[in-house]
Design a protein around this ligand. Structure first.
Ligand code: XMP
Length: 541
């Protein structure tokens, strides 16, 4: 079978952009690119390891260069750096901003000193700053163990925190910021970038997002790109796949377009019916494969008790893999049994998915092995967009409001929202509890924009004493998690959603009265989690 070709609609990034972001390994590099686009600039991300090849032998003079953070120490032998002459040429021709590790690296290259800090600095801190363009200081996210202890000659200090004297420092066109302007919880981070990009580097705005123009151009691109044969699309009801599917439907490939929806049995109760209501039966094949998924999950051996505290994590990694594998198998059998041989697969992969997988942050669950097995071209019309832009497209395409604002849902679904050995018996209370949460949410928060960005009920099978009628019983507990994101929806940091008391009362009442295990074991406790991310991740595993 020939190797699958990935075709990505080019949008929002370009070679030889005015802004080059050098990636030193930080998880938030995609957020730097996102911030650039928010202020109207395309950018290009170059891995630090690829710098000599990228710059070598070419005259490249980006107006603005940003060095990302990273988790090494600049003074360690072998730490990622850049050749001296490259640094000098950058400092001469470009405006340069280093963030965290990037800041320390710039300070070192310019002749300053970087050392291990007496105490690491993490989380939200207060920056006091003199004016830097419109930037006047405020709360900021810090995450560092090393610090600049001696400034290079000629550098001055613009911002400090109680613990970090050199929080925002630099000179002329080289600037170093120890905190993270790109992170959601940093106040006015964009004003630092704006000042450097427009006032100092004199970049001109070259990025603007117009949803209507995007839909038209992406539809034309799909027409030109899709090879002969059926055009398949894995449709989950999530905003990304729904938008990709709808744009393809607006193009002339619509006659050979087929959506495939696979019910894994780990969805909320009524989910399939809801998606079916949105997309109808004509263009989409719905498959209920829940029984196969339950068999596959139940075949995973649960680790025996022991000292290995990682065993639960490892078990759920296997659950993730098993569900991913079964999804591919089911999808393939539907695709191969359709009238027309498949020629391409449309996916809703977005820009963060790509950057996160290219920079090793997470494996690409969208691609997940399917294309190679199908031997088709992969078409990714949304490859240049972020989630909030895809939501704008969904609005422009008149998709139902519930789809426009739909919360992200993990590939393994509700299967990773419990503890202990997972069996088919766990699916039913999970599905029911999460349907109840959805109903109560829609009733108390009819405006989807007022809802948490992600919310779910997990089953915690911790034997708990309760009173049912007049009898003491041993039941289990339910665990409610509801988190909020900032407008940019990066999901790297999340806050806690504070529901109204009426919401909590109604939800708790419905959960304890309507949810039971198939063997009749009741749920006698409801707990509301109030940790943000960090330190707690969204999912329990
Ligand atoms: P955490 O739990 O790390 O999750 O805060 C961040 C985001 O990723 C989703 N997530 C997954 N998505 N397969 C997926 O497709 C997975 O195995 C998986 N695990 C977590 C999570 O729901 C949240 O949106």
């Amino acid at each position: 079978m020939s190797e699958s070709k990935i075709l990505r609609f080019p949008w929002g990034t370009k070679d030889d952009a005015q802004v080059v972001i050098i990636h030193f390994g930080s998880k938030s590099t995609p957020l730097i690119a996102q911030l650039c686009r928010e202020i109207g600039l395309m950018s290009q991300i170059v891995k630090a390891q690829d710098l000599p090849a990228y710059w070598g032998g070419r005259v490249i003079k980006p107006k603005f260069v940003i060095l990302s953070g990273g988790d090494q120490s600049v003074y360690d032998p072998g730490a990622l750096s850049m050749p001296d002459d490259l640094y000098r040429s950058m400092a001469e021709y470009s405006t340069v901003l280093g963030i965290c590790y990037g800041a320390q690296l710039l300070a070192k290259l310019a002749g300053g000193k970087v050392e291990k800090a007496a105490r690491a600095e993490f989380g939200l801190v207060k920056v006091k700053a003199k004016g830097f363009g419109q930037y006047r200081g405020g709360e900021a996210i810090m995450n560092h163990r090393d610090e600049i202890t001696e400034l290079p000659q000629g550098w001055k200090t613009v911002g400090s925190t109680d613990r970090c004297q050199y929080a925002l420092v630099g000179n002329n066109n080289v600037w170093a910021v120890q905190f993270h302007p790109e992170m959601d919880h940093t106040h006015a981070g964009h004003s630092i970038l704006k000042h450097l990009a427009f006032t100092r580097a004199r970049c001109s705005q070259d990025y603007r997002f117009d949803p209507e123009e995007f839909v038209q151009q992406a539809a034309e691109w799909i027409e030109l790109t899709a090879p002969p044969g059926a055009v398949l699309c894995g449709l989950s009801g999530g905003v990304d796949s729904s938008v990709a599917f709808t744009i393809a439907h607006e193009s002339s490939v619509s006659k050979r377009l087929r959506g495939i929806y696979v019910d894994t049995g780990f969805f909320r109760e009524g989910e399939t019916e809801e998606v079916r209501g949105y997309f109808g039966d004509e263009r989409v094949t719905y498959v209920d494969a829940s029984s196969d998924f339950y068999d596959v999950v139940e075949a995973i051996p649960y680790p025996v008790e022991g000292k290995d505290t990682d065993r639960e994590y490892k078990y759920y990694e296997q659950v993730r893999k098993a569900i991913g594998g079964e999804f591919i198998k089911t999808f393939l059998s539907v695709a191969q049994n359709s009238d027309q041989a498949p020629g391409s697969l449309i996916q809703g992969t977005n820009y963060s998915d790509i950057i996160e997988s290219e920079t090793g942050l997470k494996s690409h669950h969208n691609v997940g092995g399917l294309p190679d097995k199908l031997g088709v071209s992969i078409i990714e019309p949304l490859a240049g967009l972020y989630k909030f832009e895809i939501r704008e497209l969904a609005r422009c395409l008149d998709l139902p409001r519930e789809v426009v604002h739909r919360q992200p849902f993990p590939g393994p679904g509700l299967a990773i929202r419990t503890w202990g050995r997972l069996t088919r018996d766990d699916a039913q209370p999970l599905r029911r509890a999460n349907r109840i949460l959805e109903e109560v949410m829609r009733k108390h928060y009819p405006d989807p924009e007022k809802r948490p960005c992600q919310y779910y009920v997990a089953t915690a099978k911790l034997p708990s004493t309760g009173l049912v009628g007049d009898s003491r019983v041993i039941g289990y507990a339910l665990w409610v998690r509801m988190v909020t994101a900032q407008q940019r929806e990066s999901y790297s940091t999340l806050g806690v959603f504070h529901p109204t008391w009426e919401f909590q009362e109604e939800l708790t009442h419905r959960l304890v009265t309507e949810v039971t295990m198939p063997d009749g074991t009741p749920f006698v406790r409801v707990a509301y989690e109030i940790t943000g991310k960090p330190p707690s991740t969204t999912e329990p595993h």
